[in-house]
Design a protein around this ligand. Sequence first.
Ligand code: NOJ
Length: 554
Amino acid sequence: MMQRDWYKTAVFYQIWVRSFADGNGDGIGDLYGVYKKLPYIKSLGVNAIWFSPLYPSPNADFGYDISDYCDIHPDYGTLDQFKKVLDRAHEMGIRVVMDLVINHTSDEHKWFKESCKGKDNEYSDYYIWRDKPNNWNSIFEGKAWEYNEERGQYYLHIFAKKQPDLNMDNPKVREEVKKIMRFWLDMGVDGFREDVITFISKKEGLPDGLPFLPIVNGMPYYKDGPHIIEYLKEFREVSDEYGAVQIGEGPMTTVRSALKYLTGPEKTLDLMFSFDHMLADCFYTEYLHRKFDLVKLKRAFSKWQRALNNDGWNTLYLENHDHPRIISRYGSERHWKASGKMLAACYMFQKGTPFIYQGQEIGMTNIRLRDIAHYVDVSSIMNFNLFNTDDPINKRMARIHISSRDSSRTPMQWNGTKYAGFSRVKPWFYVNRNYKTVNVKAEEEDHGSILNFYRKCTELKSSSKTLIYGSYREFFPKNRHIYTYERKWDNISYLVICSFSSHGRHWNIPDEYVGRIGKLALCNYPMPVSTAISQKPRDLLRPYEVRVYRYKLK
Ligand code: NOJ
């Protein structure tokens, strides 16, 4: 087996290509655009890219509804262009991970079209068909079952109607998955991010769901299902031949079930995206919003840090294409610069592999479009219709402004020219109005920008064994404004102190650090005259200040 431990020292950059960079002037981001921006990506100190789906897709869920797994969407380019990006990235020392979406396909995939034709053709059992649906709800669009006239049966779709679930219990489907994996691995990709992978094995008989879990009432029967480990082992065998990494997305996953995938002799997944820390300002998903609670966030961080400390390995992320922008959530648009930088340091120095989502590194924020008709994300539209319909429109829109996935999908802001330098023509989606100040060019020119702070963070993280392999310990978990944690390895330790407050806040130095001399390695405000930590047990942090101190222990 080839070595695949590289992910432990990697820093990933996630590209949602449609909004990254338009290379051919049609208003849509594409692979040529990515090719031209590879030096920029490299300059961030990242050494791996995760591409959200690049495949042909009718875009009911922007690429997560795939109609052909072994090609590139014509909007984004060709297989040849992909190969060029891949080879160039490799020459630059950047690995490439593809999105593998195998819980469902598009209803426009050839398999589904054939499956609709009848009960006795080659593809009849590729999907989950029933004469009588159970009571499951879909995550995106009402009931989880849709009647198909042609076949005279209902098919299951845990997500949108245009995303029918594959029947993974059919060995032929698993063989198709392995073929797809080989196709991309033979081309040279370095692994897969596996979309909602914990949903692929459903409980036999598909029992009715639980009434008290409104949207996800069927989840207990489709999450971590009976054959999941078995199926993942089959996929692991393929990826092992190539030394490829498998990164699973685990919505609502618990520490206990994550450990089943990440540890043990099989180690069916190398990394998992967990969601607990995304729930510090909402109940179950962003649209059930409530006030941000730092203690909740810290609890989630520390729970995962502790659980995966010896065995297993964490992914570290605050943004991706499924969540609104983090400054607008856990930070403050008013304290844009300070909070953008603090958030970078607060997650990146934990133990695990950091992921940066396009635009996060320049502090992009949420958009607030006037009318729901301007939104394009299937789940935002459904949520809007679910919100209490007696509420006035502006109240319902305010909730969309807080929660929509579209906020993370606006065109990347490259400069202050028209369309933010994303494209020469009108882009496929709205550009955030703040592009004149929040953009790569402006931040390249500002030594103290969020962008340059991200570069400092990736450099510090990648160059320190302590910040990669060291143990994690949290101090003052009940403090409602400040997050303090330590990383320690051999005789070096780091203290990371993050204020989540828009006011000055006093910070207590942990007892064992009182009197020790540490060196300030990073700060988001101008460095104090003396960079050595004072021996005072208390110190004042400015709004959203972060300090990272390095100590040499005797
Ligand atoms: C998770 C993906 O990240 C999200 O964008 C998508 O809508 C769902 N899975 C369904 O594929």
